[in-house]
Design a protein around this ligand. Structure first.
Ligand code: HEC
Length: 103
C-alpha cells in the first residue's frame, strides 16, 4: 500500500510544479489554411464570416454547379440552424461571392 501512495504523491508534486511554471502560450486553432479559391481580397467576407466554426474546406469541397440558391440556403442554414453570428448584409455578400467563385 505504500508504493501507490508514493506514486500518487510524486505525481501530485509534478502536477503542482508544472502548474507554478505555467507560461502564457500562443497557439493557432487548427482550422487549416485558406483554400486557393477563397484566397483573394474579394473573398475576405467569406474568410471573415465562415472560418470560426469549421475549416473553409467545408465550403470548397461542396460539389460545383449547385447554383446561387444553394449558397444562399447554405448561409441561411449556418445562421438559423448553427447560430452563426453573421450580419444580414454579410450573409448576402458571402452567398454571392460563393455563387460566383464556386458555382
Ligand atoms: C456558428 C458556427 C458556424 C459558422 C460561423 C459557419 N458554419 Fe458552416 N457549419 C457549421 C456546422 C455545425 C456544420 C455541420 C458540421 C458537420 O455536420 O460536421 C457546418 C457545415 C457547413 C457546410 C457543409 C454542408 C452542410 O450544410 O452541413 C457548409 C457548406 C458550410 N458549413 C458553409 C458555411 C458558410 C458559407 C459559412 C459562412 C457564412 C459558415 N458555414 C459558417 C457551423 C458553422
Amino acid at each position: 500500500m505504500i508504493r501507490p501512495l508514493a506514486i500518487l504523491l510524486g505525481a501530485s508534486a509534478v502536477v503542482l510544479s508544472l502548474a507554478t511554471a505555467a507560461q502564457p502560450v500562443t497557439f493557432e486553432v487548427p482550422l487549416g489554411d485558406t483554400p486557393a479559391e477563397l484566397a483573394g481580397a474579394d473573398a475576405e467576407v467569406v474568410v471573415n464570416n465562415c472560418s470560426s466554426c469549421h475549416s473553409l474546406d467545408y465550403i470548397t469541397t461542396q460539389p460545383r454547379g449547385k447554383g446561387a440558391q444553394f449558397w444562399k440556403d447554405s448561409v441561411t442554414k449556418m445562421v438559423n440552424v448553427y447560430k452563426a453570428p453573421i450580419a444580414p448584409e454579410d450573409a448576402d455578400a458571402v452567398a454571392s461571392v460563393l455563387a460566383r467563385k464556386l458555382g
